[in-house]
Design a protein around this ligand. Structure first.
Ligand code: PLP
Length: 864
């Protein structure tokens, strides 16, 4: 329950949650009631909690509208270079609280809803997550991404960039995970069932997208004919910057069959069947593919990838052409200027078709020469790589491609021919190099290597953490680095401090603001100033107290959810992320079993109590990941009911891990598990969320962990295990799991328990596939890091007993986390790839207009 604030508290809390002025509150109440009446068509006798949520959402949304229109007019008038972020995933989470935080409306709304007899937090819980991503990608607006993608959108708006997120409006986002008898069960994520108050459909900007057909060569150039057409309908969602009155647009496309769909074709069974078949075309935007770091070469997925690219490029070129110089509108025709006015960022290879599609538009439609078109394309596009796992790299079969996109296949062949000619002129006679670098992989089924296409068709290629960018230069893309070293860059990922601190952890945000002022929310590097307070007892106490409060709140939630009594004084040890072998949830399991065995062996020793929580979704077709979930729940069943263990160890599988659950778990964590095999996690963003929220990291030297250790100093993290070089050396020597199994008694005991049915007495061979994998074909070398991991966990347990020393380490981590703001990431993309300058300037708010401006007048026509 939120309590009303005292006046003193209200004055104090202007920074993080906004000012609750009296007029503000009265207006909000009036508008809330107006929306309940006119928009929801309810009175308070029949209104449901969801109705109240919608009334509040519309009330808050009203504050966006003027700013949104004004921002787009401003872009039209000043004609800045536009940045287009293309992604198949936008892992957005909820919008209401984020909007209130960025518009400084949170306290006022809290007060208004309180005065109306409602609890704002309860209303917020009615909002569905926009789970249009898989994990980190969607949130950086950035990947597997609130996903990386969503963080990026927030930062682009907060830094005043004229940026647009473009993607697909999946009718079903990432599935909801249920755990039934210990197994993952998937449910469809029907997130639009009750309507989405944040989006605005724009049917007037619908665009055609073509598939199939054939290529016709005539005297007036190449034509793609006899195609099937689907319409792309845009839905716009506002993306507010942090208190700068800027509101950018995320435009998501939905597939719509044209009215004449199949009606001319009498073979399909006439009119009724033709109308029924409209569903087939509209399936394109039906559902997000739930794979994380895994390529599945399905035709529908390729359709999705082309659909977003084709619709978006039409938008980009139309907006480029409808330009304005001074007071007169002109139609810009010189497409050679496109790279000066447009930057297209490809989030992974998923939107790689932007390269051949832009070539098709410039050559076939705009009639430019190949060379001119290619120069424009390369200078416009840039590519972000998100993984080096071979099973994740997109390699589309040529057959499938030829059928769906025949003209694009031709163009890719032409790109490849010119690319290989260039390579052979630099390395004459090096046939093996040509084979390695080709966009087309021969041998067996011919495939198109989409990463190669992206590298060749872009002026910049970046990894997402320093170690990852080094790996792509030295291994997977070495050949490309040798011919074009200037293309390769690093952009270490980041997270938005608005969602991942101000919004999810207001208590911590406030005690920081009390020490260093409130400006750090838009300039996170200022957290360094907290180093002046590492030995300040009052600050240490405040930080520890906030953590304890967050833990208590999460414990209440867990007890309601899982009917498990949580010891709030135990260490909250959390690993939440997609379930994947490379992320090594199994290493965590082996520590749990080892810890359990030790308690059983010496029950009277003073063990540091832990509540170990693991959460994450397994891709529905990923058998091993589903078995890992089953193992975690099986271990929990044994451990949690063992009276000898008591409340010193509990194991909880956090069901349905998603952005909204991350926002609750991260502020409550003491220990953050980031234990991937070195060289496999490109960056990670979960690691950064925990660091910023005052958890200590136990982790390998992988992804962004390396830079976290650099920023907070290595002695303030628990770093263990093989480095990338050690993994390489072990690969050369040959990894033999049996060696470790035979030499480490506690490891042998744990494995023997799993394989002997200790955790699955009714079905002793339940985990035979898991054990067989670990013993005989473990690509991620779990056993090689076991011993060092356990030792490191012992150090964690010892330190945790000393709250003061622990909290000092926490403060070092918070102080060192400034680098991991997505504002820093986006500023680097802006300056080093897009050629635009970020700015913390505000634009005029709707109520700060120059005198004499008549708002009722029709303004200049904005290009939406
Ligand atoms: C941040 C986040 C991720 C990414 O976590 P990693 O630990 O970097 O893999 C995945 N899912 C959700 C819901 C997130 O919020």
């Amino acid at each position: 329950m939120s309590k009303p604030l005292t006046d003193q508290e209200k004055r104090k809390q202007i920074s993080v949650r906004g000012l609750a002025g009296v007029e503000n509150v009265a207006d909000l109440k009036t508008n809330f009631n107006r929306h309940l009446h006119f928009t929801l068509v309810k009175d308070r006798n029949v209104a449901t909690k969801r109705d109240y949520y919608f009334a509040l959402a519309h009330t808050v949304r009203d504050h966006l509208v003027g700013r949104w229109i004004r921002t787009q007019q401003h872009y039209y008038e000043t004609d800045p270079k536009r940045v287009y972020y293309l992604s198949l995933e936008f892992y957005m989470g909820r919008t209401l609280q984020n909007t209130m935080v960025n518009l400084a409306l949170e306290n006022a709304c809290d007060e208004a809803t309180y005065q109306l007899g409602l609890d704002m937090e309860e209303l917020q819980d009615m909002e569905e997550d926009a789970g249009l991503g898989n994990g980190g990608l969607g949130r950086l607006c950035v990947r597997v991404l609130i996903g990386m993608e969503a963080c990026f959108l927030d930062s682009m708006a907060s830094l005043g960039l004229a940026a647009y997120g473009y993607g697909i409006r999946y009718e079903f986002g990432i599935f909801n995970q249920k755990v039934v008898n210990g197994w993952q069960v998937e449910e469809a994520d029907d997130w639009l069932r009750y309507g989405n108050p944040w989006e605005k459909a724009r049917p007037e900007y619908m665009r055609p997208v073509h598939f199939y057909g054939r290529v016709e060569r005539g005297p007036d150039g190449v034509k793609w004919v006899d195609t099937q057409m689907v319409l792309a309908m845009p839905y716009d969602t506002p993306v507010p910057g942090y208190r700068n009155n800027i509101v950018n647009t995320m435009r998501l496309w939905s597939a719509k069959a044209p009215c004449e769909f199949n009606l001319k074709d009498f073979n399909v069974g006439g009119y009724i069947q033709a109308v029924l078949d409209r569903n087939l075309a509209e399936n394109i935007s039906r559902v997000l593919y739930p794979n994380d770091n895994f390529f599945e070469g399905k035709e529908l997925r390729l359709k999705q990838e082309y659909f977003v690219v084709a619709a978006t490029l039409q938008d980009i070129i139309r907006r480029f052409k409808a330009s304005k110089f001074g007071s007169t509108e002109i139609v810009r025709v010189d497409l050679t200027k496109l790279p000066d006015k447009v930057a297209i960022q490809l989030n992974d290879t998923h939107p790689a078709l932007a390269i051949p599609e832009l070539m098709r538009l410039l050559v076939d439609e705009e009639k430019l020469s190949w060379d001119k078109a290619w120069d424009i394309t390369v200078r416009t596009c840039a590519y972000t790589n998100h993984t080096v796992l071979p099973e994740a790299l997109e390699r589309w079969p040529v057959d499938l491609f030829h059928n769906l996109l025949p003209r694009h296949l031709d163009i890719i062949y032409e790109i490849n021919q010119r690319h290989l000619e260039r390579i052979s002129s630099v390395f004459p006679g090096d046939q093996d190099r040509l084979r390695r670098m080709s966009l087309i992989e021969e041998g067996g089924q011919k495939r198109i290597n989409m990463a190669h296409l992206c590298i060749v068709g872009s002026h910049a290629v970046n990894g997402v953490a320093r170690i990852h960018s080094d790996i792509i230069k030295n291994t997977v893309f070495k050949d490309f680095f040798e011919v074009d070293p200037q293309k390769f860059q690093n952009k270490t990922n980041g997270i938005t401090p608005r969602r991942w601190l101000a919004m999810c952890n207001p208590g911590l945000a406030e005690v920081i603001a009390e020490r260093i002022g409130e400006d750090y929310i838009r300039d996170l590097g200022q957290l360094k100033k907290l180093l002046n307070f590492v030995n300040d007892d009052a600050f240490i106490r405040d930080v520890a107290k906030i953590k304890q409060e967050n833990k208590m709140k999460f414990a209440v939630y867990l007890e309601e959810q899982y009917k498990v009594k949580i010891n709030p004084n135990s260490m909250f040890d959390i690993q939440v992320k997609r379930i994947h072998e490379y992320k090594r949830q199994l290493l965590n399991c082996l520590h749990i079993i080892t810890f359990y065995n030790r308690i059983k062996k010496e029950p009277n020793k003073s063990w540091t109590p832990r509540t170990i929580m693991i959460g994450g979704k397994a891709a529905p077709g990923y058998h091993m990941a589903k078995m890992i979930i089953r193992l975690i729940t099986a271990i929990g069943d044994v451990v949690n009911h063992d009276p000898v263990v008591g409340d010193r160890l509990k194991v909880i599988f956090l069901e349905n891990y998603r952005v909204t659950l991350a926002e609750k778990a991260v502020p409550a964590a003491d220990l953050s598990e980031q234990i991937s095999t070195a060289g496999t996690e490109a960056s990670g963003t979960g690691n950064m969320k925990f660091m910023l929220n005052g958890a200590l990291t136990i982790g390998t030297m992988d992804g962004a962990n390396v830079e976290m250790a650099e920023e907070a100093r290595e002695e303030n993290l628990f770093i263990f295990g093989m480095r990338v070089e050690d993994v390489e050396a072990l690969d050369k020597k040959g990894y033999d799991a049996a060696e470790y199994y035979n030499q480490i008694p506690e490891l042998k005991q744990a494995i023997d328990q799993i394989s002997g049915g200790f955790f699955s007495p009714c079905q002793p061979d339940l985990f035979k596939d898991v054990v067989n994998m670990l013993m005989h074909h473990d690509r991620f070398k779990v056993f090689a890091d076991y011993e060092d991991y356990i030792k490191c966990q012992d150090r964690v347990s010892t330190l945790y007993k000393n709250t003061k020393e622990w909290t000092k380490m926490v403060i070092h981590n918070i102080a060192g986390s400034g680098k991991f703001s997505s504002d820093r990431t986006i500023s680097q993309y802006a300056r080093e790839i897009w050629g635009v300058e970020p700015s913390l300037e505000k634009i005029a708010a709707p109520d700060e207009l120059p005198v004499g401006y008549d708002d009722s007048e029709l303004g200049p026509k904005p290009t939406l």
